[in-house]
Design a protein around this ligand. Structure first.
Ligand code: PEP
Length: 249
């Protein structure tokens, strides 16, 4: 049995003060068992959130990191820096980073390996563009991205990897994939993992759906066999909405 995981991706939203307000609101919510809960905050808010979320079930995630431990990389943040402040998860290869910040399959792989080496759990994002979907290339795209991201990951490390299938055309657009379509692509991703690691290991990997998930539609995704939670942008920004998602999972 895979424990579902709901992760909020705050993107470039929330000052430290706003992040602390979110954490205070989390403390007013009833605890929900059986669902792993993560918020991926901007770098500037991580240290304050680590403090503010103490005593809650919400784990801390970052939205990106560099793959080196240290060095002359102006403006970058290393895995060691994230570990030091209590970060547990890190989103790797979000489509916005692939699109606007030159993230490639190769850098996604390097970051995935670096995260695992330092005991961080990568949430690796894969997903096709609208153009690729319309050209019937969805399976090919997610296969290539998944294989590349997992290059040199060991069977022991695999259990710490979370994959987020996020069709690019569904992110922040209000146009979500149908649950059945999302499940079909996620099953393909699982089969790609099984080819490399065996079915038993692949069955342990959590694969989320992401793309315009809301409290009203998360139940449909969770009812599907291969979907193990959600990576959520817009609907994760308030504690009420985030907890509605967690309860829905
Ligand atoms: C995301 O940021 O990964 C995402 C899926 O955004 P949204 O839920 O707003 O579509």
């Amino acid at each position: 049995m895979r424990t579902p995981i709901v992760a909020g991706n705050w993107k470039m939203f929330k000052t430290i003060a706003e992040a602390k307000q979110f954490a205070e609101a989390v403390k007013q919510q009833d605890a929900v068992a059986g669902v792993e809960q993560v918020v991926c905050a901007p770098f500037t808010a991580l240290a304050a959130l680590a403090e503010a979320l103490k005593g809650t079930d919400v784990a801390l995630g970052a939205q990106n990191m560099h793959f080196e431990e240290q060095g002359a990389f102006t403006g970058e943040i290393s895995p060691l820096m994230l570990k030091e402040i209590g970060v547990r998860y890190v989103i790797i290869g979000h489509s916005e980073r692939r699109q606007y910040f030159n993230e490639t399959d190769e850098s996604v792989n390097k970051k995935t390996l670096a995260a695992l080496k330092h005991g961080l759990r990568p949430i690796v994002c894969v997903g096709e563009s609208l153009e690729e979907r319309e050209a019937g290339k969805t399976a090919e795209v997610v296969r290539k991205q998944t294989e590349a991201a997992l290059t040199d990951v060991t069977p022991d490390q695999l259990a710490d990897v979370v994959i987020a299938y996020e069709p690019i055309w569904a992110i922040g657009t209000g146009k979500s994939s149908t649950a059945a379509d999302a499940n079909e692509t996620i099953a393909i991703i699982r089969s790609v993992i099984a080819e490399r690691f065996g079915q038993q290991e692949a069955d342990k990997v959590r694969i989320q759906y992401g793309g315009s998930v809301k409290p009203e539609n998360i139940g449909g995704y969770m009812a599907e066999k291969d979907i193990d939670g959600a990576l959520v942008g817009g609907a994760s920004l308030t504690a009420d909405s985030f907890f509605a998602l967690v309860k829905g999972a």
